[in-house]
Design a protein around this ligand. Sequence first.
Ligand code: PGA
Length: 251
Amino acid sequence: MIRRKLVAGNWKMNGLKRDLGEVRAIAAAAAAHPQVDVAVCVPFTLIADAVAAAPELTIGAQDCHAVDSGPHTGCVSPAMLVDVGARTVIVGHSERRADQFETSQDAWAKAAGAHRHGLDVILCCGETEAEHDAGRAERVVQAQIEKSVPDDASPEWFTLAYEPRWAIGTGRTPSVEDIAAMHAIARAKLKQLVGEERARGIRILYGGSVTGKNAAAIFAAPDVDGGLIGGASLTSEKFVPIIEAAVEVSR
Ligand code: PGA
């Protein structure tokens, strides 16, 4: 099965209405490169405006609640995301695990809830620096995948993102060989959980300090099916070269 590259931006807690021009410029680049898939996950407050500004671009959220509605002050449900035009959602991001104490079980419930409403899901995993230095990265990532990937995960709606926490926003990345090795481990784990055929089709993105400079080498690695991009997704100037890198390695 051929896995199309996916380049997904994660704007985190950045972006105001005045930044919608960047969404439009990213949408234009995405339209010019139909060989790859592009998504931008903006703050909740910008979803409806981003969808209106760029109806053809996949606009997503960065989190959701697991259930449809109820007494959860400040939370946003998958149904609400669909209502404002989001098509995808990131769950289990390491910043939410660290700042909001979310667990892999939470990520599982959010992924399942989002899928029930027809959203695509990008589920994140990745070890901390201490786990990495202690040689535990492999086991940590395998355990996260085991606890968070829904049984019915399939390529049509589910994407995994491997993001070593120590590489996020730091300008440090693992070697391409190390990225490829962890992606192979992740795919083997997916195989155990959802079977050979679905595991072969599920995209595994790399995230953590991807730039226009390193993207092509990373995206060319086996089992790397694109990237989840934070800082470098905030402007079209930085994000478009990453989309172009995905196009280059898709030839
Ligand atoms: P970064 O973030 O590209 O700024 O390192 C990636 C992410 O957290 O998804």
